[in-house]
Design a protein around this ligand. Structure first.
Ligand code: UFG
Length: 345
């Protein structure tokens, strides 16, 4: 059966590009819209090298309603949307809150406005475990309490979830799946696509691979005095390809009307908490490459520990994050080596 076209906003970004690969490998025609503000057109070459298919691409900003209207006019066969287009740096959002609210919320509202008139059946939304803040109990389920956001970035995720819920409850003629990601890491095993560095990395794994490569003198481990077994913070690191695959299942679920509910929420994590020091050890074990690192003070605003209970996604979506952490560390390192080879870093 011919698959229906999917619009992937932010499709040249980190998670977006891996999802486009999985969509195309599952037979879905894709059109990407991206303003290339935090990605590169060459990502399209990587996607094509892996899948043999060059996705259609529109360079435009999703906050531009007219550009989106033109896109829907050009592609009247779009039946599903996966919305990755968003600004995502927590620290930057504290400095530029209006930019974050405008980008993340106007994008979503433009899409929601255009879905009904264009016959789109559903939207998958990229949310985050950031909505749980510092949880009282781990692992967190989808019913765990939502905590007050500590950054404009986090607030845009909470508000977006509320906007989608309100729009659907108001009788919108489409469905939504909200995916709360834990910490996506690693790269495609082909090393053809991965996370592109944008200045000094703020996230752990890109900084770690750059330190291992000698691009950074050493990785700072932010705190070893937390209430955790080794004193460093705990997260749920999920392989980006596992994460991408969940999107294909989610979009299929909406297009094929498999769910009773018009809106569904899923945690996407492994269910396993890993400390910063354990992650460094896993990288060194998997790659044989040492990571120069030192313990420094805590980073302001960090969550001590959070990991997922992914049972709902496991049972309802029939999806499990099953890539071993060591494989993920190897793919992250292979991608870092590819960036070096290409002279990017
Ligand atoms: N860390 C270090 N050194 C670094 C960078 C990070 O020790 O140089 C530690 C952090 O203290 C934290 C862990 O590594 O304990 C993970 O940090 P990241 O910045 O990679 O990820 P966060 O969990 O802090 O943040 C991520 C996303 C956010 C999202 C949040 C949701 O980057 O977008 O998860 O909880 F909001």
């Amino acid at each position: 059966m011919k698959k229906e076209r999917i619009l992937v906003t932010g499709g040249t970004g980190y998670i977006g590009s891996h999802t486009v690969v999985e969509l195309q490998q599952a037979g879905y025609p894709v059109v990407i819209i991206d303003n290339l503000s935090n990605s590169d057109r060459a990502v399209l070459d990587g996607i094509e090298a892996i899948t043999g298919i060059r996705p259609d691409f529109v360079e435009a900003d999703c906050t531009d309603l007219e550009a989106l209207k033109a896109l829907f006019a050009k592609y009247p066969d779009i039946k599903g949307i996966i919305n990755f287009a968003a600004s995502k740096a927590v620290g930057e959002s504290m400095q530029k809150p209006v930019l974050y609210y405008r980008n993340n919320l106007n994008t979503l509202m433009n899409l929601l406005d255009l879905m009904g008139p264009n016959g789109v059946k559903g939207i998958v939304f990229s949310s985050s475990c950031t909505v749980y803040g510092e949880p009282d109990v781990n692992p967190v389920t989808e019913q765990s309490p939502i905590k007050k956001a500590t950054s404009p970035y986090g607030n845009t995720k909470q508000i977006s979830e509320e906007i989608i819920t309100d729009v659907i409850n108001a009788g919108a003629p489409f469905k939504s799946v909200i995916l709360r990601y834990f910490n996506p890491v690693g790269a495609h095993p082909s090393a053809m696509i991965g996370e592109l560095p944008n200045g000094v990395p703020q996230n752990l794994v890109p900084y770690l691979t750059q330190a291992a490569m000698g691009i950074r003198a050493e990785l700072s481990v932010f705190g070893n005095d937390y209430d955790t077994p080794d004193g460093s913070c705990i997260r749920d690191y999920i392989d980006v390809v596992d994460l991408a695959k969940a999107h294909v299942i989610a979009v299929e679920r909406m297009l094929q009307d498999k769910s009773e509910e018009k809106i569904e929420i899923f945690n996407l994590g492994t269910g396993r908490g890993v400390s910063v020091l354990e992650l460094i050890a896993a990288f060194e074990r998997a790659t044989g490459v040492k990571v120069p690192h030192k313990i420094v003070g805590r980073r302001a605003g960090d969550i001590e520990k959070v990991w997922a209970n992914p049972a709902r996604a496991n049972q309802v979506l029939g999806w499990t994050a099953n890539t071993p952490l060591d494989d993920t560390m190897r793919s992250a390192w292979a991608w870092q080596c590819k960036l070096r080879e290409k002279g990017v870093m």
